[in-house]
Design a protein around this ligand. Structure first.
Ligand code: ADE
Length: 250
């Protein structure tokens, strides 16, 4: 039986998309997750929704307790994770409102607990593999459903996650482009890595909201712009999640 965890990012704090909702609070050895879970069903599939920044969006990116979030998702018996995230575009061809099915990340965060591995127990070395951290089956389901919904989307993309809360300088933004990053956000690392450590298949729907600041033809990104563009397009993300989850039952 599949059970899908949705990690809702900025703009998707409390999507009212569940039937028969119950609220479940979980404590973990790593502390309290960002929010309680809203549990219910979509298209007959069990779903638990966590709000990455808290329901009132009071948790800044560096303060998100990713280990508690992922541990709680495992403890709830979730078999898959679909995460959502707003992102800036580092490529002209990724427009505002486009959706990117991430397939790689670059971790440019600095102050986050990025692993469950704290010591090598009994002298056993533990270096988690991370070559392809996004789950192919989930990505394929997202891609097929995005096609059916006729959404503007990109089948793959590398995200660079920065520490935040500040946005990048122009020099940083240009450097990230040279490194091969396609989009930028403040959340995918280490969330995705931690899901991999606990062997929970993970995919992320990244909604492009701005051109960061590398594109000199555009005004540099502001938080107000991110939220405005996300809100204008959030219905696409929700439809994609709903259809994809219903299709996973098959
Ligand atoms: N989230 C949305 N847009 C972003 C940007 N330009 N940089 C970092 N995080 C973002």
């Amino acid at each position: 039986m599949k059970k899908i965890a949705i990690i809702g990012g900025s703009g998707l704090e409390d999507p009212a998309i569940l039937k028969d909702v119950t609220e479940v609070s979980v404590e973990t050895p790593y502390g309290t997750p960002s929010s309680s879970f809203k549990c219910g069903k979509i298209g007959g599939v069990e779903v638990a929704i966590l709000s990455r920044h808290g329901r009132d969006h009071s948790i800044p990116p560096s303060a998100v307790n990713n280990r508690a979030n992922i541990w709680a998702i495992k403890e709830l018996g979730c078999t898959h994770i679909l995460a959502t995230t707003a992102c800036g575009s580092l490529r002209l061809e990724i427009g505002r409102g486009d959706i990117v099915m991430l397939d790689q990340f670059i971790d440019f965060t600095r102050f986050r607990k990025n692993s469950f591995v704290e010591e090598f127990e009994d002298g056993k070395l533990n270096h988690p593999a991370m070559a392809d951290p996004f789950n192919w089956h989930l990505r394929r389901a997202l891609i097929e459903n995005a096609k059916d919904l006729d959404l503007a989307f990109h089948k793959c993309g590398t995200v660079i996650t920065i520490e935040g809360p500040r946005f990048s300088t122009r020099a940083e933004s240009n450097m990230f482009r040279m490194w091969g990053a396609d989009v930028i956000n403040m959340s995918t690392a280490p969330e995705c890595a931690l899901a991999n450590e606990l062997e929970i298949p993970y995919a992320a729907v990244a909604l492009s909201t701005d051109y960061d600041c590398w594109n000199v033809d555009e005004a540099p990104v502001t938080w107000e712009e991110v939220l405005k563009v996300f809100n204008e397009n959030v219905r696409h993300v929700i439809a994609l999640l709903q259809n994809t989850i219903a299709s996973l039952q098959k």
